[in-house]
Unconditional design. Structure first.
Lengths: 226, 226
DNA sequence: GTCGGCCGTTCCGTATACAGATTGGTCGAA
DNA sequence: TTCGACCAATCTGTATACGGAACGGCCGAC
């Protein structure tokens, strides 16, 4: 086994969380192929820890759907086929569309104003090509819509789903003029929200997410990851 | 139930899962009030186990949203206010509506036939007043729609959400003629599915779920649980 | 009298130890 | 040769031990 990917998990946060993140990356990047059996002891010595935090990390990954735990029979990496990833993105698109529709009808003027501010601020990031800045504003835009549903549980679910797909979306914006297109689509969504047309906001958000997923899908197809 | 002193949890499955179930019941039933601090050692001796399975159970409850874990600061029972439960039911209603819409467009004739069979079979359960039988068929009806989306991830999410609310829905069907009404609503949903009108199916499913939630909400308000 | 720092206790996060279950292989019998 | 049972190795599930961080109380200073 080629240990090219050094564990290298230094930091101050919880050890189990660091192991979880490391394993998440390893699975999302394809270093750990689908169906691979994960031995707790082996992982423990690989990451320089004991079995206890490794177990906690694996449990978290199981609830995230990245691994599968058969009681007393070990842990295996879940089969993240292109179809499954596509399924996940479809669910995300629908959830985001749902949030957009609800938020359109429920946001306060103050919240709508903040959404517009975020959109305005993102213009500069697009012009300067600041990917990290746009990523933050992009995230803030979507999270503002989550919060705009005035349904805390909905917002949590949407955010959790977004986090879950973050590993696969990492390189999405790096391609072509996806950033500019992304912001344009945000503008169209925002217009529908401003007009109070929830259905249109939902449709445009769904299309927005599916286009982003398609861009990522092409990337995955090229690299053969998964 | 005499859960006054020692909740005896006997069985052959995993100890951590049994503790998780016991804690889930305790929280859903209100035995553990919102905001209660949960001490691992105390829970361990209470359930006659060590801290390890207790920890695993608490982690599972955290991902289920029933408790909140602050690193190095302990675990507290999440605040399941009526508002929060209402939020959860709204999300469930929207997800179910989404599944109904997608399933309408994607189910095969065979799957549609099975859905109709399930609906037909439930008639007998309604007539005889067999609550358990109707509960199974009701569950099967909804799960058939999940599967009908042909999106495995969507089906898993919907099922997980349903499981998560099961603790609060336990007594829902026991009230009045909710069973008969429930089956009638299923019939209306089924009609929309058969006609291929996904939007109507979604609307009717949303209304169906919200009516069930309202019935439960009245029950909760009466008993003061939560 | 009130505020701030010090210290002890408690509890969490992690490490290690032990027991039961599962899996794979090997040996023997038909 | 093939099938079945037994056995050993290994890994998971659980228990226990240890170190450090956080919270509460006490004492001293202003």
């Amino acid at each position: 086994m080629d240990n090219q990917s050094a564990p290298e998990i230094g930091g101050r946060e919880l050890l189990s969380d660091r192991i979880r993140d490391a394993l998440t990356d390893a699975i999302a990047s394809g270093d750990l192929a689908a169906g691979t059996a994960l031995d707790e002891q082996h992982l423990a010595e690989r990451y320089g820890a004991s079995r206890t935090p490794v177990r906690e990390a694996l449990r978290q990954l199981a609830t995230a759907g990245l691994v599968e735990i058969r009681p007393r029979r070990g842990v295996v990496v879940a089969r993240l086929t292109p179809e499954r990833i596509a399924d996940m993105f479809e669910v995300t698109a629908e959830i985001e569309a749902l949030c957009a529709r609800l938020a359109t009808h429920r946001m306060t003027p103050l919240e709508r104003g903040r959404l517009m501010d975020l959109h305005e601020a993102s213009a500069a990031a697009v012009e300067t090509g600041d990917l990290d800045a746009y990523d933050r504003l992009n995230r803030a835009f979507h999270e503002a819509l989550y919060a705009g549903t005035h349904n805390a549980f909905m917002a949590e679910q949407a955010l959790a789903l977004r986090e879950r797909l973050a590993a696969f979306r990492r390189t999405q914006l790096r391609h072509g003029d996806r950033i500019r297109r992304s912001r344009e689509e945000h503008g169209e969504i925002l217009a529908a929200v401003a007009e109070g047309d929830g259905e249109a906001a939902a449709r445009r958000m769904r299309a927005h997410m599916l286009r982003a997923a398609a861009a990522l899908g092409r990337y995955i197809a090229e690299t053969g990851a998964g």
